[in-house]
Ligand binder design. Structure first.
Ligand code: ADP
Ligand code: MG
Length: 273
């Protein structure tokens, strides 16, 4: 069939921002992720859940290229990972905010650093850069703290600074690893607000969390990991439902299970923060 003579087709759906099949990661010879299949569609908000050590952070690192895949096939926005160069479309907030400790930078500077991938080297920030930085500060509710040192902020505010830093790059695909861990409830609500605005703009969000808390209404889909595998992938359940089902039924240990109950169960035993 010739492409040239084909009738005009309706616009193809956008390629999924994330498409991983058979993803395998091994660290020091030990298998950490085993055969992960995960496709995230444009505009989806996915909560990646599971007990400590189940492989959530490793999966996020693999999807952002920080941890090489030993097997499987990964595409970002329809491009095989090895050919992908559009990193300005991807934002990442790593687990825990220790990165800012002791750094005498202002909130504005930290957020501005997230704009680097959009700038030409050594050029001063342009109007679009400044607008994106101001916007990111506004979204996380730190516009009035822009010129304070990050060291003076609370842990939750530092976390929001890092989120604003990633937002300033105006990512279409946004990974956040446990952004609510160790963050007080008002800051969790501020984060939920920021993510709701990002979602409303059409961003795709993959968020690692033990408990969803104020983020729960934003979540379209939950993916639960156990021991390096996906054991549930489906719609999130209400917290009350989870508690009921969880109490009655311990989830299976193997395979992809569509109706496993442990979606937003409190996996808090042994949490690290
Ligand atoms: P989670 O984020 O779900 O808590 P991780 O992805 O951090 O889980 O870890 C999954 C498993 O991989 C754990 O058993 C952890 O000990 C191991 N692991 C992760 N990173 C490393 C590393 N750099 N070196 C050795 N083992 C690691
Ligand atoms: Mg982790």
């Amino acid at each position: 069939m010739s492409v040239n003579t084909a009738p005009a087709a309706p616009a193809a759906p956008p390629a999924p921002p994330v498409a991983l099949s058979g993803g395998v990661v091994a660290i020091a010879g030990r298998p950490i992720l085993r055969g992960i299949n995960l496709t995230v569609e444009a505009g989806e908000f996915v909560a990646l859940m599971g007990a400590n050590g189940s492989g959530k952070s490793t999966l996020v690192r693999a999807l952002t290229g920080l941890r090489p895949l030993a097997g499987g096939h990964l595409e970002l926005f329809g491009t095989p990972f090895d050919d992908f160069e559009d990193w300005q479309r991807v934002g990442f907030v790593p687990q825990r905010a220790g990165a800012t400790a002791g750094v005498p930078a202002s909130v504005w500077e930290v957020v501005a650093s997230g704009r680097l991938t959009h700038r030409r080297l050594f050029r001063p920030l342009g109007r679009a850069d400044r607008a994106a930085i101001d916007d990111a500060l506004e979204v996380v509710g730190l516009a009035d703290r822009a010129h304070e040192g990050v060291a003076n902020l609370s842990g939750g505010q530092q976390q929001r600074t890092l989120i604003a830093r990633a937002l300033a790059g105006e990512p279409e695909l946004f990974f956040l690893d446990e952004p609510t861990a160790g963050v007080d409830l008002p800051n969790q609500y501020a984060l939920a607000d920021a993510l709701a605005r990002l979602k409303a703009r059409g961003a795709t969000i993959v968020l690692v969390a033990h408990e969803l808390g104020p983020l729960e209404p934003l979540v379209d889909r939950a993916v639960v990991m156990r021991d390096g595998r996906v054991v549930y992938d489906g719609s999130p359940l209400a917290q009350t439902e989870v508690h009921q089902v969880h109490a009655a039924h311990h989830g299976p240990e193997d395979g992809l299970v569509d109706h496993a109950p442990q979606v937003s169960a409190p996996f808090d035993a042994g949490r690290e923060d």
